[in-house]
Design a protein around this ligand. Structure first.
Ligand code: ADP
Length: 480
């Protein structure tokens, strides 16, 4: 008799996941939440994961390297140095990333980067095409691959193709500053389903489609360029149950003891981020400075533990933020430090998940203050790692996608140093009862809206979209 898990898999179309990087199942824990969620889906349905190998090669092969791992096939492509410079460091990370995070001042428009980005998308799509089956469900991830479906359709792909944007969608005024925005918007209409982190992102996409391209709206569906798609919010979750377990593991407990040792009753505030200008780390340091200025009882008593490993180190804007942070931390510590205490401790390297979980749990306050963020998983991990009997307090930026769901956190404006300082002081003196109540509300939602729920909601919707596609679309809305 066929086991139930295989019967279930047999009823579902095969999943083909495409993302910039592919994570081997052996490295799933290091690959983070997305890797784990995709691998679970691929294991359940059987499927293929396609993307860049992470390797640069002088003469990249035109065909993917394919590895089988149980029911999962991994197919990867190398990139040349020139491709990597234009597609990844250039257009994706120096143009789309800052633009979508509303940093027009840091956005570099370079036509050669754009050409390279389009070429890599087409080359990767051409390499995937021969591996596809007629009834595959194809799920493309993130801003590196916006035009991927269009490139597949040029190869005559008829499959259902969905896209999930992990970062925010910008306001139309920002997007239209991009010389190629028309082409990119048109290319998005090659998808059947567009998933965004929040309702606000969906709304901004709809506004842009209507204002710039005369798109027609009906419920969740949008018609333009002669195609109809569904656009909906699917806020990404974490495996909260597993993260809570990790926080009780021996490694996490060891880390917990290391943080608490020598600190007695001091309040540890933790910040954990990739070193990125969107994360608001300089503003966070300034808020701690403001806390020290406004509340003298914090002297010798409060410490910000900021863990921020370098990321995208080849991009000039990321080198600048690193220098800036070291300078601000140095100034604040110089001003306030005592013989046995420094207000800011700044660690510039990555840590393991178990270590992080222990540090989260040992910290009275989780300070998550991005200036703009698609979701922000650190906020969710901080809550999941807490001891429910004596939990810490999350102070969260209103500009993180997570703030939409996590209203029981203390929500702050990260640009307002005084308001953040006041929220930190409120968190310091919050009663045990209030901390427990807030934590319980946050945790209930995290357990319900976890990584499994996110991925299943997206894939179910993508399957549903196929029925809609059978109906004819309304008359073509012309591009402006
Ligand atoms: P982003 O995707 O922009 O980096 P998120 O907060 O959504 O931001 O996700 C960051 C992920 O990276 C989280 O899972 C977090 O645990 C992990 N991470 C962040 N900083 C570190 C660090 N110093 N060491 C290890 N992992 C980290």
């Amino acid at each position: 008799m066929t086991p139930p898990s295989l019967r279930k898999a047999a009823q579902r179309p095969r999943l083909v996941a495409v993302s910039n990087r592919v994570t081997h199942p052996r490295g799933a824990a290091r690959g983070g939440g997305l890797a784990v969620a995709l691998l679970d889906a691929l294991r359940e349905r059987g499927g293929l994961w396609f993307g860049w190998s992470g390797q640069i090669s002088d003469h990249p092969d035109t065909r993917p390297a394919v590895v089988e791992s149980g029911p999962i096939r991994l197919a990867t492509m190398d990139l040349s140095q020139a491709e990597h410079d234009a597609y990844y460091n250039g257009f994706a990370n120096r143009c789309l990333w800052p633009l979508f995070h509303l940093r027009l001042d840091l956005t570099a428009f370079d036509p050669q980067h754009y050409d390279g980005y389009m070429r890599v998308n087409r080359r990767l799509a051409g390499a995937l095409w021969p591996l596809l089956q007629d009834d595959d469900l194809i799920w493309i991830h993130d801003y590196h691959l916006l035009p991927f479906a269009e490139a597949l359709r040029e190869q005559r792909a008829k499959q259902q193709i969905g896209f999930f944007l992990h970062i925010p969608f910008p306001v139309p005024e920002m997007l239209t500053a991009l010389p190629h925005y028309r082409d990119l918007m048109r290319s998005l209409f090659s998808y059947d389903l567009l998933g965004f982190q929040t309702e606000d992102d969906v709304q901004r996409f709809r506004d842009c489609a209507v204002r710039e391209f005369g798109a027609q709206l009906r419920g969740d569906t949008i018609t333009a360029f002669g195609r109809r798609l569904t656009a909906r919010a699917f806020p990404i979750g974490i495996d909260a149950r597993e993260f809570a377990q990790i926080a009780g593991s021996p490694t996490a407990q060891q880390e917990f003891q290391r943080v608490r040792a020598h600190r007695e009753d001091r309040t540890v505030i933790v910040g954990v981020d990739r070193l990125d200008y969107t994360k608001g780390i300089p503003e966070r340091f300034r808020s701690v400075e403001c806390l020290l200025d406004r509340y003298p009882d914090t002297h010798g008593q409060v410490e910000l533990l900021q863990i921020a490993p370098t990321s995208r180190g080849e991009v000039p804007e990321y080198m600048a933020i690193r220098r800036e942070l070291e300078q601000i931390a140095g100034n604040i510590n110089g001003r306030y430090a005592q013989l046995d205490w420094e207000p800011i401790r700044y660690i510039n390297r990555p840590l393991g998940r178990r270590q992080l979980a222990g540090i989260y749990r040992a910290s009275r306050i989780g300070l998550v203050t991005p200036l703009r963020d698609g979701m922000n998983l650190v906020a969710k991990e901080y809550v999941a790692a807490q001891d429910p009997a004596d939990p810490g307090v999350l102070v969260l930026s209103r500009f993180a996608g997570a703030a939409r769901q996590m209203q029981s956190a203390l929500i702050v404006n990260p640009y307002d140093n005084t308001a953040v300082a006041d929220a930190l002081q409120t968190a310091r003196y919050m009663s045990l009862e209030e901390r427990r109540n807030r934590h319980a509300a946050l945790m209930r939602d995290l357990l319900r809206d976890d990584a499994d729920a996110w991925r299943e909601a997206f894939l179910e919707e993508l399957q549903r979209c196929s029925a809609q596609r059978e109906e004819p679309a309304s008359p073509t809305a012309q591009a402006a």
